[in-house]
Design a protein around this ligand. Structure first.
Ligand code: AHR
Length: 306
């Protein structure tokens, strides 16, 4: 349907729907790829997309959702900046009979009737995969392994869950010690800054676990500026597997990446059309993901879309 400007690229024409999408912001390479996926898939599916960028603020997302309700869109989709505090605005959508789809991130509400479906990754599993790689990597070492952690945005599902999954796995072996853990806001700038402070207060860091590639990439700059070799003096694990992260992995500056796919657009369009048509959909749609070593990154890079 690409290039077709007849306005009904998605099908019969009278089933055209409007989605209001409230995005988190543009904090990372992952987010940029996610936005692109949603915008391109909407075009391909003949869906009218009202797109709003919350610039990392929950209050902006709430405002956007309220405006989508006033505009009477067919479906509201959003990627919640944080997990808590959504009940009131989602009840307003429910009262207006506008279905809601959670994209990428979950909310902690106990009322599951507030949304039709949640499509995205299992962030706890991602944290566990990071921990499992570490356990395997240090299986022959009995000395303490000092870990520093760069957390995502405070209160966000991927920050909470990636921390929890990782902690659960490494807790099995007391030699693993998280000696510092702080937010790097999922951005390169903060990742770099916080890593600088970690390096100033600790001269015995063995491992960095960053909740996303961007923070890991920022930290690499700080590590190099401190005269250390990333990937060797300090081993690095990140999450996402965007192109820049994969490039650093292929160069040995990152040691392991847990994939988190941002390409949620096509499935979101599918779900939204079904929900708008009153069809029942799966409450939880899981994204399929893998992990990458440096060798696997080299192989995957030429085909990597984002
Ligand atoms: O919610 C997904 C996370 O948000 C990504 O892992 C991170 O890069 C992004 O900012």
């Amino acid at each position: 349907a690409c290039g077709d400007d007849s306005g009904d690229a998605g099908g019969s024409g009278d089933d055209q729907i409007t989605i209001g999408f409230a995005q988190v912001g543009a904090e990372s390479g992952w987010r940029t790829a996610n936005t692109k996926s949603i915008q391109e898939s909407a075009k391909e599916a003949g869906v009218e997309l009202k797109f709003s960028d919350a610039q990392g603020k929950q209050e902006n997302q709430i405002k956007a959702i309220r405006s989508f309700i006033t505009q009477r869109v067919d479906v509201i989709a959003f990627s919640p900046v944080v997990e808590s505090g959504w009940d009131t605005v989602l009840k307003e959508a429910q009262d207006a009979e506008i279905p809601v789809i959670l994209t990428d991130r979950a909310i902690d509400s106990t009322d599951e009737t507030l949304y039709e479906s949640f499509i995205g990754s299992d962030f706890v599993l991602e944290g566990k995969k990071a921990g499992e790689w570490l356990v395997d990597e240090y299986q022959d070492q009995s000395d303490p392994v000092n870990i520093v952690e760069l957390q995502g945005t405070p209160g966000a599902a991927p920050a909470n869950d990636r921390k929890a999954g990782f902690a659960e796995v490494i807790a099995a072996e007391p030699k693993f010690k998280v000696i510092a853990s702080q937010t790097g806001q999922f951005t390169r700038t903060d990742g770099k800054q916080v890593m600088e402070t970690f390096l100033k207060s600790h001269d015995d860091i063995d491992v960095l676990y960053a909740h996303n590639d961007d923070m890991g990439l920022g930290a690499i700059e700080a590590i190099e500026a401190a005269g250390l070799t990333p990937g060797k003096d300090i081993e690095i694990i990140t999450v996402d597997a965007v192109k820049d992260g994969m490039t650093a992995l292929s160069e040995g500056k990152i040691n392991f990446i847990v994939e988190c796919s941002p390409l949620l657009g096509p499935q979101l369009m599918d779900l939204a059309k079904k929900v708008a048509a009153g069809e029942s959909v799966e409450k939880r749609v899981l994204t399929e993901e893998t992990t990458f070593t440096p060798e696997q990154a080299k192989e995957a890079l030429p085909e990597r879309k984002y």
